[in-house]
Design a protein around this ligand. Structure first.
Ligand code: BTN
Length: 243
């Protein structure tokens, strides 16, 4: 609703493209889908790898890659990426889980990743723009060099192709973003905790602290029960600790 959808056969990164447009003052709502990304980006400066497809059809490269760009001016941005994760997972399948902050997992393997970037062109709410990038593995991936092979959507939705997956996700995602803008993260907290992949498990924080994950608070911070009490984790990485 009110969204223009645009498909590009090839682009470096749908997030980069929408961020470039935003910086050039183009703040319109748009859904940008790529046949193929040549420099897909993940969180923390990582790459989002794409197998090179022979032809650039939607999702032909093995992953569905798109970004939703829209003007967004919530009072508080905390928890936005978690809210997006909750929406994406709800749109796809009940078996999917969220690994804080927003990786989508199928059991112990990653199925999808989310990268959110924001542009702030001036000091007014109208000048705020959010780019919500989503990458979903659609097919079994060839050797990725990762220790565990990624999950792919056909495992839970047999036969589902990229266009259908996109249709399932896009409209609820726009609604979720509007809801977030109006109410912040608190309306998504219970939804996240229902889908929390880490709850009750032993985790290691990036500073080496270990503890047991206890879900998220109303701001989206991960609560970890440690020997020194309850810790609130707001950024960086958490890894599962092998028992
Ligand atoms: C992650 O797992 O760290 C996040 C991966 C996000 C990948 C998507 S693909 C579409 C959009 N464009 C990008 O360059 N990245 C996101």
């Amino acid at each position: 609703p009110g969204f223009r959808a645009e498909w590009l056969p090839q682009i470096d990164s749908t997030n980069s493209e929408l961020m470039r447009r935003a910086r050039a003052g183009r703040l319109e709502p748009v859904l940008l889908v790529a046949g193929q990304q040549t420099a897909g980006r993940g969180r923390l400066g990582r790459q989002w790898f794409s197998d090179t497809g022979a032809d650039a059809k939607l999702g032909s490269e093995g992953s569905l890659t798109f970004s939703l760009g829209l003007p967004l001016a919530p009072l508080d941005w905390s928890g936005l990426s978690l809210a997006v994760g909750v929406s994406v997972v709800r749109s796809l399948h009940p078996d999917l889980r969220l690994k804080w902050p927003n990786d989508v997992w199928l059991r112990d393997r990653k199925l999808a990743g989310i990268l959110i970037e924001t542009a702030n062109l001036a000091d007014t709410p109208e000048a705020r723009y959010a780019v919500v990038g989503v990458g979903i593995n659609m097919k079994p991936r060839a050797a990725t060099g990762l220790s565990t092979p990624p999950a792919w959507l056909g495992e839970v939705l047999p036969g589902v192709e990229a266009p259908e997956a996109l249709l399932r996700i896009a409209a609820p995602l726009v609604r979720a973003l509007k809801l977030f803008e109006a109410n912040g993260f608190s309306t998504f907290q219970a939804g996240f905790n229902e889908r929390d992949a880490l709850g009750g498990l032993a985790v290691t924080l990036s500073d080496g602290t270990t503890g047991v994950a206890q879900g998220v608070d109303g701001m989206g911070a991960l609560l970890v029960h440690t020997a020194h009490g309850l810790k609130k984790v707001t950024s960086s990485e958490v890894s599962l600790r092998p028992l």
